[in-house]
Write a protein that binds this ligand. Sequence first.
Ligand code: AHM
Ligand code: MG
Length: 342
Amino acid sequence: MAAGSWQDFDTLESFIARQQRLYPHSRGKFSDILRRIGLGSKIIASKVRMAGLVDVLGKQGTSNVQGEEQMKLDVIANQIIKSVLGWVTSVAAIASEEDEKITILHHYEEIKEDQYVVFYDPVDGSSNIDVNVSVGTIFSIYRYPYNQPRPPLERYLLPGSQQVAAGYVVYGSSAMFVYTTGQGVHGFTLDPEIGEFVLSHENIRTPDVCTYYSANDTYYPQWSEAVRKFSDTLRFSDEPRYAKTTCRYVGSLVADFHRNLLGGGVFMYPENPSAPHGKLRLLYECAPLAMIAEQAGGKASTGRERILDVQPSDVHQRVPFFVGCRQDIELYEQLVRQMDAG
Ligand code: AHM
Ligand code: MG
């Protein structure tokens, strides 16, 4: 937990450096990327904190490739992440929720050693910005397969199981940076006095207790039979496991996910007839959070497939997303199997 003495004091920077030392041959290129995302999120945190005082609130007056209205902060934060990653020589390409196409920084022919591809959602939950509710940044990092001949798009579109790191920053009552490189999940709280993310939650394990049920229930009439049964079980069942389950839904994925990661529960954004693949995007929303959930002892699924096994076919691809306690997500998968079997 938070620094009790100076001896225990660890920041995101020093933690990344310590982790790097575990790999004696590492040249620190990957660590550079994490550090730069840390810097970018501090800049975004300061913009979020100043919202209302400076001109970052409100609509930009433009739409992104998915037809969603862009908020000013979406555009500002997208630019911030691009600027912090732009000069890092180990970043081959970046892809954002706010940009139609992948931005290639180094072309295939130029790449002769390990480089990385970064996917990110600069401000997730941006419809909440104007009303002062928590938002977040999500990121996902893949090693670029430079020495494997593949069709161009397949060099970038890899299943989540191949992520080398994933994380998010939640801009809440404090800002918190949570990430994994496959060696557990670690959380750092921004100390505004010193401007550093300080290690506050080492090796997070999600409780195996279904404390929270998080879904937008207004879609209930459109959900499949399996989703409705699952929702009914979590909300109304008198089984001891669900007796104390309560509903919490912020409408900012990062905030909902973060609360459930620490307190236990299920978040879901299912498919429905008007959104046949759900709303959330695989590469910069679901896959990174799925990696974190699994690293913390939870599970993430579309209902029919592990999220980390889904082979992407498009940068902005959407998938149904069910994430949280292993046992509850398995219950949903079982309900889907029963429904499919008729
Ligand atoms: P965004 O990336 O454009 O902000 O959209 C994603 C957000 C998630 O944060 C949240 O879980 C979801 O949209 C909420 O959607 P809804 O309003 O349909 O419940
Ligand atoms: Mg988003």
